[in-house]
Design a binder for this molecule. Structure first.
Ligand SMILES: Nc1ccn([C@@H]2O[C@H](COP(=O)(O)O)[C@@H](O)[C@H]2O)c(=O)n1
Length: 605
């Protein structure tokens, strides 16, 4: 782990179940390769993962079984280690490549900005030349304009120990928000292609599908059906991402899919047992068993699974990678403190609105002061932020350069439409938050309205709350010890058994025993797609009432422009179009937010 990272804490553990084929899975790491320095439960880093994989590979060799590593994209955007350099990713590419990964694919975050896609093509694809798979993604060369596959369409190889024939695919969901130097082919079209139809007819002991696709999304069901139609008995395993949750599902008795969370909090584990080698199998229908484990990225857990300790666990290679990360973090000055958060601010651990909701803080404190255009400062405005623009909680204590990108990594700017009649503008937020029921977004070519919210809500549609969840005290105030996780053994509920550490308590289709560490529950409150701040409105009169202005400036994050224009159509503003939209203030929202923190939070914690 990194210097200064929270000391890992122990928890009761569940073992890894080994099979003939075993797979470690990372997804949606979003630049968190230095680990979670403020959270004891997830503070191991990419170097520790390199050591972990080295030990497990040795175990696999000793047992004569196989271990593969896979990664399903969204490796960038979301942490200072990637975002704080100029150009972005100056250190990340060389750190990431140090892990040996057998099959990897692209996420949507590698494609939002043309420059990110260029670097993916220029660096990560060649760094993993034989292993990178791009089944439905093309890249357009900026010099020649030539369009070609981002990487090989599929990968066929044999495993090291059992010589299992693997046919592997690498997909991205039907993403439409990519910059114009890539082309994402809809999955339904890809599976009709001649090359795909040929690939699923290859001799395979097992098909492995890695993809930046939620395991319950239609795209994966379509791929499963296409492979299964051609291969009645061959096992098919899927590794999914994008939705930021831990999840597992079996599409039938000879297939299995897992999703392994987000932000390098989780290392997914899947094992397949049974007679996998077709030529050796007495019957192609012989029973298979699948196991999954969601490994917390916690050094103590990694020691536990390898039977090692702090002196025997780090390998030379792993240690070197941790050192390279520490050097990069230092050069990027990621610990530089911009101000001290007076309390924790949660995204989903508290309801919105709430004093400790990050969205309430933005609505009441930040947006009113940063959404100010020098030339229009006297004009009342409605300022709309999509909740998905915020990516992580703020913990009490130092808000650093690293925290800046952890909370707000995107290059989003505030746009506006001037002088919109109030009765039209005020309906927009209602429509954005109830879009599914009111606006037929898909038919207007506007993406699914759920993309405005945080990715977790693609999977979680209703709040999940527990009577014993401990993120809030009974007086409604957030815990104020500055850490999300409370160390095991530091306290007990009633002076008896030590309290469990708060963390994932996953329930998937297989059951409730997926997490490697036993945790206490954390609440998850569903948040709206968007929140709105009313800024510069006339002050209330003595009776507490005031009449709204006739017109307002409608200010919003550029990311939600397509939905805002559609909502305006439905609320009587059908004449508005992209031509009416201008930038409202200079600078990205991230810069504006940090400016606010520097001004408003004390320097000394
Ligand atoms: N400029 C942007 C880009 C993305 N978002 C939000 O992120 C979501 C996608 O996140 P994944 O990690 O699942 O790819 C997207 O749906 C938006 O909510 C944003 O707000 N601004």
């Amino acid at each position: 782990s990194q210097p200064g990272a929270a000391t890992p804490v122990a928890a009761p553990m569940r073992d890894l179940v080994w099979g003939k084929l075993n797979v470690l899975h990372t997804t949606d790491t979003h630049g968190w390769h230095g680990g979670h320095l403020q959270e004891s439960q997830y503070s191991a880093d990419w170097g520790d993962y390199v050591s972990f994989a080295e030990h497990l590979r040795r175990t696999a060799d000793e047992q004569g079984v196989d271990l593969l590593l896979v990664d399903t994209g969204d490796r960038v955007e979301g942490n200072g280690l990637y975002d704080a350099s100029s150009p972005k990713g100056q250190y990340y590419y060389d750190i990431y490549r140090e892990q040996h990964i057998d099959i990897l694919s692209t996420g949507n975050h590698e494609l939002y900005q043309a420059s990110t896609a260029d670097e993916e093509h220029r660096q990560t694809v060649p760094n993993f030349r034989d292993n990178y798979v791009a089944s439905n993604l093309d890249y357009i060369d900026p010099k020649t304009g030539e369009r070609s596959p981002m990487a090989q369409r599929y990968r066929k190889f044999q495993t090291k120990n059992q010589k299992l024939d693997i046919v592997a695919f690498g997909f991205l969901f039907d993403f439409t928000g990519n910059a114009n130097n890539t082309v994402v082919q809809p999955v339904k079209e890809t599976i009709q292609e001649e090359w795909f139809q040929g690939a699923i007819r290859e001799q395979a002991d097992i098909f492995v599908v890695v993809g930046h696709v939620g395991v319950r999304m239609q795209e994966y069901k379509d791929i499963f059906n296409a492979i299964r139609k051609q291969n009645w008995f061959t096992p098919i395993i899927f590794f999914g991402g994008h939705v930021h949750v831990r999840d597992a599902i079996a599409y039938d008795s000879r297939s299995f899919a897992i999703a392994s969370g987000r932000y390098f909090e989780t290392i997914g584990w899947m094992s397949v047992n049974g007679d996998l080698k077709k030529s050796k199998a007495p019957s192609v229908e012989a029973a298979l068993s699948f196991n999954r484990r969601y490994i917390d990225n916690n050094l103590l857990g990694l020691y536990y699974h390898t039977g090692l300790n702090d002196s025997t666990f780090p390998t030379e290679h792993g240690r070197n990678v941790s050192t390279a990360i520490a050097k990069a973090r230092k050069e990027l000055d990621l610990d530089h403190n911009f101000g001290c958060a007076p309390r924790d601010y949660w995204m989903t651990r508290t309801p919105y609105p709430h004093d400790s909701s990050i969205y309430t803080w933005l609505e009441k404190e930040v947006l009113p002061e940063v959404a100010v255009s020098p030339s229009r400062k006297d004009i009342p405005r409605l300022v709309i932020l999509n909740t998905g623009a915020i990516r992580f909680d703020i913990f009490k204590g130092a808000f650093t350069r690293d925290t800046t990108y952890i909370v707000s990594p995107f290059l989003s700017v505030l746009k506006y439409i001037p002088d919109v009649p109030y009765d039209v503008a005020s309906k927009v937020i209602v429509l954005l938050n109830n879009a599914g029921q009111i606006m037929n977004v898909a038919s207007d070519g506007v993406p699914d309205a759920r993309f405005m919210a945080i990715p977790e809500q693609l999977a979680i549609h209703e709040s999940i709350t527990y009577p014993d969840a401990a993120s809030l005290h009974s007086d409604g105030k957030a815990d104020s010890d500055g850490q999300q996780q409370k160390p095991l053994g530091t306290g007990s509920k009633d002076g008896g058994e030590p309290s469990l550490v708060e963390g994932y308590t996953t329930e998937d289709d297989i059951g409730t025993d997926g997490d490697d560490a036993v945790h206490s529950n954390i609440n998850f409150y569903v948040v709206p797609n968007c929140i709105q701040a009313e800024v510069g409105f006339p002050a209330s009169d003595e009776e507490g009432g005031s009449s709204p202005p006739d017109t307002v400036d409608l200010v919003f994050f550029d990311f939600i422009q397509p939905w805002v224009l559609l909502a305006l159509k439905f609320s009587g503003g059908e004449d508005y179009s992209a031509k009416d939209i201008q930038q409202y203030v200079e600078g990205t929202f991230t810069e504006l937010m940090v400016g606010w923190i520097k001004e408003n939070w004390p320097k000394d914690c």
